[in-house]
Unconditional design. Structure first.
Length: 563
């Protein structure tokens, strides 16, 4: 039962979340990928053509674009050759945001608002899932952690697909769990599972990884009713039916697209050119698999690699996950595996824990090492698992033997204390949520020595650089910029240094003396200081790497004053 006190707690949590989210997103400049996501959503809304929704299905992008579509007179560069070019999506997005329209601030703000509401939806979905498994107290615990985890809060304010994908994945897990709770076919539960899976697949292609994960989960004896191979076959058949219906949902979201299949790999080449449903979606599946195997320049602990690092996501999880979460997870695992019998509560816990572990294991095979955000889908089930182990409906005495009431009470207070510490950590990093690193990493000041890109520097501090310059009456700066935002749009007077993607050519035509930089003020994004585009001869910013910065803007731009 949800008491009045619990309702007021939930309302207060949502209001605080809104204050933190809105109060921080207005000062964050457009991040590296946002202009591409906004352009995809708008292009699909205005034309019904999903040609740019290859790597990213359109659902979250369309939701972000809806406020712009209804509230602004947005101009799209449909008359530009980039609209007709198969790989023109980046130029199209750049033109759309920075040249064809004149109010970037309002466009980005409106595009971010739907993601803020999706983040609340993620917390509410986790609440309902945890409440159904273990009661309202566990539900509120999961709800609280998912609202105030700094990593989720960071991406829960940007017009991207990461939080939307996590929302629909946890909904799919919940619906599949409900489907397998009855030892027979249930049409309504099957349709609910198909809808949730379809929404997940139409939001983020990485959600497809949960297809094989659910197959593994169907094989396990974690569900009530008949045992043995017949029950396994029924669950697999239900999963297959839900998967096929989910593709119909995806097809509907793609506007029932039909056209020639555009496969490029040798394996699928015989199908290329044949007409069929969802050609853009299938091209995206093929491309994302190829991209994951091919990789992008990755950075870890001072080293770069074109092929990624096996240790990338384990390190990222250890240094970016809040310490209260890591402690609660460790306690939960100890409490879970101390039990020798396969109780109902343990089955519920394993249904949440194993998909997270399997998803994490799959991430180790990926060479696409560009951010902790790719682990976000595993966080909701982990928090629901922790909530269940800590707050089960039946009273437990894990922490002390019967009669040791003081120790037992102290043990029961541990999750509340750690939840409070999580909130304090989130308040302390405000408004720089994207740059969060825990104390094991030395905090956000030293995070760039471990990870870069969307872990700390995604181009979010350009507006803060403008403010920093204005407060100090600085007229010009030597700027190495990591981000798609245009510094000139914000009237930042700068001398361009090698950057990404802007001024990318300067990596091979460096405009300053790398051995002894000319006097002046240098602002260098922390992703650029490690020279990711250069694999071997990393000499451009070596002079700056050898000394501490004189100042910093946020945690993503280092300031050096060269005399």
């Amino acid at each position: 039962m949800i008491t009045r006190g619990k309702r007021w707690f939930a309302v207060a949590a949502i209001l605080l979340f809104f204050a933190l989210a809105l109060g921080s997103l207005v000062d964050d400049s457009p991040t590296m990928d946002e202009q591409n996501h906004i352009a995809r959503g708008l292009a699909f809304l205005y034309t019904g053509d999903p040609r740019f929704s290859v790597e990213h299905p359109p659902l979250a992008n369309v939701l972000s674009a809806l406020p712009l579509h209804f509230m602004l007179d947005v101009q799209l560069p449909l008359d530009h050759p980039s609209w007709e070019h198969p790989q023109g999506w980046y130029e199209f997005a750049d033109l759309m945001l920075w040249q064809y329209n004149q109010d970037v601030t309002r466009m980005v703000f409106l595009a971010r608002l739907p993601i803020v509401f999706l983040t609340i939806g993620l917390a509410l979905a986790a609440f309902q899932f945890a409440r159904g498994l273990w009661g309202a107290r566990a539900g509120l615990f999961a709800f609280f952690f998912l609202l105030f985890d700094p990593n989720i809060l960071a991406h829960g304010r940007y017009a991207t697909t990461d939080v939307g994908g996590s929302l629909f994945v946890v909904l799919a897990m919940w619906c599949v769990w409900q489907l397998w709770q009855v030892p027979h076919w249930n049409a309504l539960r099957l349709l609910a599972a198909a809808l949730a899976l379809g929404l997940a697949f139409a939001t983020k292609l990485s959600a497809l990884a949960f297809g094989p994960i659910f197959i593994v989960m169907a094989l396990l004896p974690l569900y009530p009713g008949a045992k043995g191979w017949r029950a396994v076959v029924r669950r697999l058949a239900q999963l297959a039916a839900a998967g096929l219906l989910a593709l119909v949902v995806v097809w509907a979201i793609f506007g029932f697209e039909w056209g020639p299949l555009n496969f490029q790999s040798a394996l699928l080449a015989p199908l290329a050119g044949r007409a069929g449903p969802l050609p853009t979606f299938w091209a995206g599946v093929e491309q994302i698999l190829f991209l994951s195997s091919g990789g992008r320049p990755a950075f870890l602990l001072g080293e770069t690699s074109p092929d990624g690092f096996v240790a990338y996501f384990p390190v990222a999880f250890l240094v970016k996950t809040p310490l209260p979460t890591l402690l609660l997870l460790a306690i939960g695992l100890v409490m879970l595996f101390r039990r020798r019998t396969m109780s109902t509560d343990r089955k519920k816990a394993l249904y949440l824990l194993l998909p997270s572990l399997l998803f994490f294991t799959l991430s180790l095979t990926s060479r696409l090492n560009i951010g902790y955000r790719h682990l976000l889908p595993m966080l909701p089930p982990l928090y629901i698992f922790i909530a269940g182990v800590m707050f089960q409906t039946k009273p437990r005495t894990h922490w002390a033997a019967q009669g040791q009431s003081a120790l037992n009470l102290a043990g029961r207070l541990v999750p509340y204390a750690l939840a409070g510490l999580l909130l304090l950590a989130t308040l302390a990093i405000h408004p720089h949520y994207l740059s969060f690193f825990n104390q094991m990493a030395g905090g956000p000041e030293y995070g760039y020595r471990i990870l870069v890109d969307s872990n700390i520097d995604w181009g979010q501090d350009l507006l803060r650089l403008r403010q920093w310059m204005a407060e100090r009456e600085i007229n010009t700066v030597n700027l190495s910029w990591f981000g798609s935002a245009d510094p000139s749009y914000y009237d930042i007077n700068y001398r361009p240094l090698p950057g990404l993607p802007r001024h990318f050519d300067l990596w091979w035509n460096v405009p300053f003396d790398t051995a002894r930089p000319e006097p002046g003020l240098y602002a260098i994004s922390v992703s650029n200081i490690w020279e990711l585009p250069l694999q071997d001869d990393k000499h451009v910013f070596s002079w700056f790497r050898s000394r501490p910065p004189d100042d910093r803007v946020g945690y993503s731009i280092l300031i050096y004053e060269v005399n």
